[in-house]
Design a protein around this ligand. Sequence first.
Ligand SMILES: [Cu+2]
Length: 122
Amino acid sequence: MKSIINFLFVLLLTISCTKEVVNTNENNTTQIQNTISTWAHTFQPSILYCNVGDTIYFDLGGSHNAIEVSQSSYDANESTPIVNGFQFNYGESGFFVPLEAKTYYYVCEPHLPEMKAKIIVE
Ligand SMILES: [Cu+2]
């Protein structure tokens, strides 16, 4: 019985947040996942759709960081962090769980203006 519960828990974790995130990587294969990684001067995917409470995994390359910024900073290609926003250092991996239904904007500081992306939480 316990193993069934464990299995259901893992299954739930696996399917959480995977509903409509489809991106195409450099090999042109389709990926469905809630992981944000880096490729060249881009975040993959550039827009991640998610639900409140979902777990998003950041897996950054060594020359990239990720700093949550305001929409106005994002639009102005600035890396000013927002208060209580998420931040991942160069090459860092970690989790982020959005607790608000809104659009989260984030940038890679050394690779602005091209390297920025959004997490749209419903
Ligand atoms: Cu970068």
